[in-house]
Design a protein around this ligand. Structure first.
Ligand code: SAM
Length: 226
């Protein structure tokens, strides 16, 4: 996986984003998308997607039968997603909304069967993620699922050591390119538990550097606040 900086550089020109993602994840982004869509999409499920980017996951969700509200803060990415979904003739099953994840509060409670995000949480601060996970819990209907895939810190071992060794050059690259550094998630399952979810399934790729989690709300669980 690349640094957040590299991601942002790719996002700055959405036409190179998809090819860049394929390259950077050695094709595993597509597997993560397939995993998320399989866990979240079913016929007429109402799905909220956070950080839809160019719509690669959105397209898979719709193919699985879902109606999707796809949110992104970047209008250029949304335009790219709109073009992609129009091209495959499924725009009528998707609402594309320019909005930040934090604004998910505006959605009605218990209005979605699934909330999903791929490669978006690692671009957020810890506070933004906490806020988003609480909002996700609120908008999920009973029986709903939260499905996330993202760049994570690999488990202890050789690959983590290598990963740590690469942090300094990555940080420098980030600083040079966009004045930012990458933030692979250090413990996604723990963040989910803290927000009041139970992790039902996990999958890892790229020697543990890419992880997907399927989580369900725990009755009465989660930190205080709404
Ligand atoms: C790395 S891209 C991933 C795009 C897509 N989900 C995928 O898997 O290819 C991250 C996307 O999340 C969006 N994003 C990042 N932080 C966000 C936030 N706080 N609110 C809304 N969108 C956000 C970015 O604009 C970008 O389009």
């Amino acid at each position: 996986m690349s640094s957040l900086a590299l991601m942002r550089w790719l996002e700055a020109a959405p036409e190179r984003y998809d090819a860049g993602m394929r390259l950077l994840t050695l094709g595993r982004a597509a597997r993560a998308h397939a995993f998320v869509a399989a866990a979240a999409a079913r016929r007429d499920a109402q799905v909220l997607e956070i950080g839809c980017g160019t719509g690669a996951l959105t397209e898979r969700l719709v193919a699985g039968g879902a109606q999707v509200t796809a949110v992104d803060q970047n209008p250029e990415m949304l335009e790219r997603a709109r073009a992609r979904l129009a091209e495959v003739g499924v725009l009528d099953r998707v609402e594309l909304v320019e909005r930040t994840a934090a604004e998910s509060d505006a959605l009605p409670a218990a209005s979605r069967d699934a909330v999903v995000a791929s490669f978006a949480l690692s671009e957020m601060s810890r506070d933004e993620r906490r806020h988003l996970l609480r909002a996700a819990r609120r908008v999920l209907r009973p029986g709903g699922v939260l499905v996330l895939a993202d760049e994570v810190v690999p488990p202890p071992g050789l690959w983590r050591a290598l990963h740590c060794g690469l942090r300094a050059p990555q940080a420098l690259l980030g600083w040079l390119l966009v004045g930012a550094v990458s933030r692979p998630l250090s413990n996604l399952p723990a963040e989910l538990v803290e927000a009041g979810f139970r992790v039902r399934a996990r999958q890892r790729w790229l020697l543990g550097g890419l992880e997907a989690c399927v989580a369900v709300p725990v009755e009465g669980g989660g930190a205080s606040g709404g």
